[in-house]
Design a protein around this ligand. Sequence first.
Ligand SMILES: CC/C=C\C/C=C\C/C=C\C/C=C/C(=O)SCCNC(=O)CCNC(=O)[C@H](O)C(C)(C)COP(=O)(O)OP(=O)(O)OC[C@H]1O[C@@H](n2cnc3c(N)ncnc32)[C@H](O)[C@@H]1OP(=O)(O)O
Length: 285
Amino acid sequence: MQSALINGKKLCCSMLLKNCFRPLSAASGKLTNVEINDKTGVAVLTMNRLPVNGLNLDLLRDLLQSIQEIEKNKCRGLILTSASNTIFSAGLDITEMYKPDQERLKQFWNALQDVWLALYGSAVPTAAAINGHSPAGGCLLASSCEYRVMLPKYTIGLNETQLGIVAPKWFMSTFRNVLPRRIAEQALVQGKMFTSDEALKVGLVDELVASKEEALIKCEKFFASFSKTDPIARYLTKKQLRYNDMKELQDEKVQDVENFVSFVNQPTVQKSLGFYLESLKKKAK
Ligand SMILES: CC/C=C\C/C=C\C/C=C\C/C=C/C(=O)SCCNC(=O)CCNC(=O)[C@H](O)C(C)(C)COP(=O)(O)OP(=O)(O)OC[C@H]1O[C@@H](n2cnc3c(N)ncnc32)[C@H](O)[C@@H]1OP(=O)(O)O
């Protein structure tokens, strides 16, 4: 009965996908794609830097532009997802941090700050359809949204300590906004990657579903739950709750870039990043 119901909705969704989605052309950069469902007003923002949606400067710039366009268009919701079938996002593109060009390194971190401020503070309701692995920066993006739906058998978490790096304060605040403090602290110090089941159990994600289509439907349902809520009151409430986290970064944006640059340039950190990149490449062979 339940699967018949789900199938019914699936059919509905694929019909919607065919008939109601129009691209938001101004927001569709090379590495992201935005489609708006004309019936519901919900925008699907898809990261499309395959194979792993590594967050490099270009993807971050496209993401920011897309989020801003979705806000400008007063969409009813923003669903963040991936064009890959197995990876939501591999997090920050480590090649941006390894033996970096110093000017680009600053721009890179600045772009990440801006994407986080735009997504975490978005006036439009946000949800992530996590259709693949979501380590570190990928987890940051998903956790910045208000609701998360994940597919089974993937992993999600802030694994920075396992890489020999320290997650910045605002990564940690984002995590703490979702998880109970003690669980967040344990996971952060361990650099724990949660399986989909574990993530559901601790509340890092809100629902598990079998397919991306179902994930999109669940995210739409989350937005529909605001149908009787005043949108301005909704946004002001969210803004108040997230105000301190955002203000902390806004006040320290320049210092935060400097901290990042100085941290990344440390020989020990460069060594860790080099080894890690090498291990990823060896794994791929
Ligand atoms: C005091 C503090 C002050 C300031 C703070 C300072 C610093 C802190 C800075 C930042 C915080 C860091 C945040 C991050 O996001 S770091 C990135 C973390 N990401 C990961 O650990 C994920 C690594 N990748 C994987 O685990 C797997 O690739 C993945 C599960 C995502 C996919 O596996 P799959 O088997 O499908 O693909 P692969 O064969 O592994 O990869 C394909 C291809 O892509 C390359 N790759 C993968 N991930 C990355 C990445 N994050 N960056 C760059 N490149 C990546 C991989 O090497 C393969 O490349 P190739 O061999 O050339 O095909």
